[in-house]
Design a protein around this ligand. Structure first.
Ligand SMILES: [Fe+2]
Length: 148
């Protein structure tokens, strides 16, 4: 659990340098340099979509390496990220549709497969979380207003 929480907090640390797909690799290098545990470094490098396969890595010009989440913690952080858009919890379809729109069909399929795998482990379709939470937190929240 601690590893998942740390991964959730730090997976985008590379965005402090770069907002492209490279942020995952850069983030893993930052984490390495900080002496963070290798398990956390791996979560950071493998968190984009449901991972990147060797073909993606070459097409995207990323440094060679393993970008596919394989441990449960790596998969949870990657997929939780797939179910958040800005500050909203969203259905996994949101990330699938974004990749389909970009023509990244293999990546979209991988998200579907990861969603099914983790939903099976959870015992319920993870999209049910969206219904349970609703739009959380509210987008147009103004701190001085009572509705916050
Ligand atoms: Fe990211």
């Amino acid at each position: 659990m601690g590893l998942v929480v740390a991964g959730a907090l730090l997976h985008d640390i590379g965005r402090s340098v770069d907002h492209s797909i490279m942020h995952a690799y850069i983030g893993s290098k930052i984490a390495e340099r900080l002496g963070l545990p290798v398990e956390l470094v791996e979560i950071i490098r493998k968190h984009t979509g449901a991972g990147l396969d060797a073909e993606d890595v070459e097409e995207l010009g990323l440094p060679p390496g393993d970008y596919m989440p394989s441990t449960l913690e790596e998969k949870i952080v990657a997929h939780a990220d797939n179910m958040v858009s800005d500050n909203r919890v969203v259905s996994h379809e949101h990330s699938v549709n974004k990749l389909v729109f970009k023509g990244a069909f293999r990546g979209a399929e991988r998200i579907e497969i990861l969603h099914m795998e983790l939903s099976d482990l959870y015992g319920e379709d993870l999209d049910s979380i969206v219904d349970r939470l609703g739009e959380y937190p509210r987008l147009k929240c103004v701190p001085d207003e009572e509705e916050c």
